[in-house]
Ligand binder design. Structure first.
Ligand code: ADP
Length: 737
């Protein structure tokens, strides 16, 4: 009995010790649900004293906190119905300690007498644990519904979770992957990645933004970016890895596109013959520069990554920093044409000319983040332009210093330039519409216009004399010469002309001409008288006085010659004053030639005149004047071929004209004199000493032929002889046969 009592006492103290020490709140209730005992944990959790609990009805505890209807029902059924309460969760707001969630377990404690059976109620405060679970649940929902593929796996690579995002990305369902090896989605050529990942994870490292490829269920390779972090258990042991995968196929695609476009741009810049560079940011850091521009800078290849004006301080000195800043700030590109720029090459200044553009570079947000440079070295062109400019200036100042009035027209004769002297002289702005009408003497205007048009059409040197009105309104004689300027293909591109004031000279000449006219006129009369007396002397001298008769004949011949000479001078004077008269008749041209040849042959037996060809018609013209021309040409031919035995005259009849050629094999005429010999008083200087003459024969002949609407010209070669031609139009020729 004692043993039994001892056993009971032991067991009682054992259970009391357990109840007292356990960290979970415990209550022992009797069948009327009064508290038999409450442990330390209960008092502590619910903030009660022993005096408040012992013998108290559970429902009355601490302001009837425990009077919870659902709890009452359960508690009141434990003993009568032998029921248990298992993990019953009650939420209750306690005035002292706020809302708590409790997990209740209760069962009967069987005593030797049934009426003394008790209830053991254990109360677990799970408020915090529940909160954590709630958090976990929220997290799980997020994970499950995330767009990203979120996968967890063990350190052996066995998949332990697989969210919707992963299903979508890889095409495997959760059921297909959980418990499977992660290798299922790793392409064979990347299988080595896995051990490396696991190794890092084991070391507690997180792998962020690891770009790789995985293979989907349908075999497709997917570009993904992975972030992998270790999973730790409650004891901070690493047990697995959490992978977050993001599909970056599109991103890679667009990156490839950007790379391709960058490559194209790179190629463009590096293969361009233009100098190109890109400067980044406000500091203008050189990020791209092709070889051409690097050579222009002359600072070596090692300039990438450096600030532009650190590399090229000489440009800052030339004011370019402000220009670059301007482009950067305003976004307005800066264009420069043939701009002189000095670079220092190994300390040596170089000067070159560039066309360049500085343009703003924009980033993705459309903000300026740099400057692009495109430049072309145009030094050669610039120097040419410069020298053209200089030569133009020289020309201009030359035209101002010389007394001539210089002018330039285009190929069609439209004024392009007139020296400032032109305006000084005329007071008229060059290039004006009525310029010529205003300045050229009305009597000269038509003629000068016609001959100018002729020169423009034929590209022949233009030569004339014209009266130009000066500021004061007086006309002064000017000679005008204009020459065409030809291009490399012999096409006229310009005419350059000059007016020279010849007024004083002209007045002198006019005086001289006037004098000559008067003198020869005055001489004519006494000469005619002398000739008449000589003829009478000849007749009155007896045949015996033969010598005296011969003297008289010679004197008479000289008077004839003198008469001819004076006649020529008179002709010149008449031509000069437009008084040379023509008496037009119809005559046999051939006969006139034959007669003239015979006459000359008589007076000049030293040379045989050979006539060939014939014209068949009568000519309408002044017979004496045309004869004068033939005499002139034939006697010149004889005179200027002193060592030849013969001269030739050839007639040719054509449809619309006749041509007469007078040829000699004499001394010839130098090229530069050819166009001058038809001028009044002109004699080729080299001939003047040896041959007598006044230099008026060809002048008169030219005038006569012109008045017959014909042409007179010469072909000649020094030492070989000359051929003078003249033509007469056929409308002046009447068929006689
Ligand atoms: P001139 O009285 O001097 O002969 P012209 O007017 O007849 O005057 O000729 C002008 C110039 O042309 C001559 O002085 C001479 O130099 C040159 N000339 C004319 N005809 C010939 C010719 N047949 N051969 C060489 N020179 C000539």
């Amino acid at each position: 009995m004692t043993d039994l009592n001892e056993q009971i006492a032991e067991s009682k103290s054992f259970s009391e010790a357990v109840i007292a020490n356990i960290r979970q709140p415990l209550l022992v209730l009797d069948k009327s649900l009064h508290i038999v005992s409450a442990n330390h944990a209960f008092h502590q959790v619910f903030n009660l004293k022993t005096t408040e609990t012992e013998g108290a009805l559970i429902y009355n505890l601490g302001n009837k906190q425990w009077n919870i209807p659902s709890l009452r029902k359960l508690l009141e059924e434990i003993l009568p119905k032998r029921k248990k309460i298992t993990d019953y969760e009650v939420k209750h707001r306690f005035p002292d300690i706020g809302e708590r969630t409790m997990l209740l377990n209760a069962q009967e404690i069987i005593r030797h007498s049934e009426s003394q059976n008790l209830i053991l109620l254990s109360i677990e405060d799970v408020t915090d644990a529940n909160k954590a679970d709630e958090g976990n649940a929220t997290l799980a929902t997020i994970v499950q519904s995330s767009e990203y593929a979120i996968i967890s796996k063990t350190l052996k690579g066995i998949v332990t979770s697989w969210n919707l995002g992963a299903e979508k990305l890889f095409g495997y369902t959760r059921a297909e992957m959980i418990g499977q090896s992660i290798l299922k989605i790793i392409p064979p050529d990347r299988i080595n990645e896995e051990p490396e990942i696991i190794r890092k994870i084991q070391e507690g490292e997180t792998i962020a933004h690891f770009d790789t490829q995985r293979v989907a269920k349908d075999g497709r390779l997917i570009d993904i970016s992975l972030t992998i972090s270790p999973i730790k258990d409650n004891n901070a042991q690493i047990t697995g890895a959490l992978k977050i995968a993001r599909d970056i196929t599109d991103q890679i695609e667009s990156r490839k596109k950007i790379e391709a476009s960058e490559k194209r741009m790179h190629n463009l810049i590096y293969s361009s013959p233009s100098a190109m560079a890109i400067l980044d940011g406000e500091d203008l850091v050189i990020t791209t520069a092709n070889e051409t521009i690097i050579n222009i800078w002359g600072k070596g290849k090692d300039v990438i990554g450096k600030k532009y004006f650190d590399v090229l301080p000489e440009l800052a000195d030339q004011g370019y920093r402000e220009i670059f800043t301007g482009v950067y700030k305003t976004g307005v590109p800066h264009n420069a044409i043939e701009m002189p720029v000095r670079f220092l090459h190994n300390g040596e200044p170089t000067l070159n000319y560039y066309n360049f553009i500085l343009y703003p570079q924009y980033n993705m947000n459309n903000e300026i983040d740099g400057i692009g440079i495109i430049a072309t070295d145009v030094t050669a062109q610039a120097l040419v332009n410069k020298s053209i400019k200089e030569s133009e200036e020289r020309f201009r100042s030359l035209t101002q210093t010389i007394p001539q009035l210089i002018w330039v027209t285009d190929a069609q004769g439209n004024a392009e330039f007139a020296s400032s002297r032109w305006k000084e002289y005329s007071g008229v702005e060059p290039g004006g519409e009525k310029e010529w009408e205003e300045i050229v003497h009305p009597d000269d205007y038509a003629g000068i216009n016609e001959s100018w048009m002729k020169s423009l059409a034929t590209a022949n040197v233009y030569k004339s004399e014209v009266r130009l009105k000066n500021r004061a309104g007086d006309y002064r004689w000017h000679s005008v010469v204009a020459e065409p300027v030809l291009d490399s293909e012999n096409k006229i591109i310009k005419w350059v002309g000059a007016f020279t004031d010849i007024n004083d000279q002209k007045l002198k000449d006019e005086k001289k001409d006037e004098f000559m006219g008067i003198a020869s006129h005055e001489m004519k009369t006494p000469l005619t008288t002398a000739k008449a007396y000589l003829q009478m002397l000849e007749l009155t001298l007896s045949d015996t006085a033969e010598e005296a008769k011969m003297f008289a004949l010679k004197a008479s011949q000289s008077v004839d010659r003198l008469n001819e000479l004076i006649g020529e001078l008179l002709d010149v004077s008449k031509i000069q004053f437009g008084k040379l008269n023509y008496s037009m008749t119809t005559f046999n041209f051939n006969e006139m030639i034959v007669g003239t040849v015979e006459n000359i042959q008589l007076t000049s037996p030293e040379s045989i005149i050979i006539k060939t060809g014939k014209v068949n018609g009568a000519v309408m013209g002044d017979k004496n004047r045309l004869q004068q021309v033939v005499i002139n040409l034939l006697s010149n031919a004889i005179k200027y071929s002193p060592h030849s035995e013969s001269v030739f005259i050839t007639l040719a009849q054509e449809k619309d004209r006749i041509t007469v050629a007078v040829k000699d094999t004499g001394i010839g005429i130098a090229e530069q004199s050819l166009h001058k010999i038809f001028e009044k008083y002109h004699r080729v200087e080299e001939h003047a000493v040896q041959f007598q003459g006044m230099g008026v024969g060809l002048f008169i002949s030219y005038e006569i032929i012109e008045r017959h609407h014909g042409k007179l010209w010469v072909e000649s070669e020094v030492g070989k002889g000359s051929t003078f031609y003249f033509t007469l139009p056929v409308n002046g020729v009447q068929q006689s046969e």
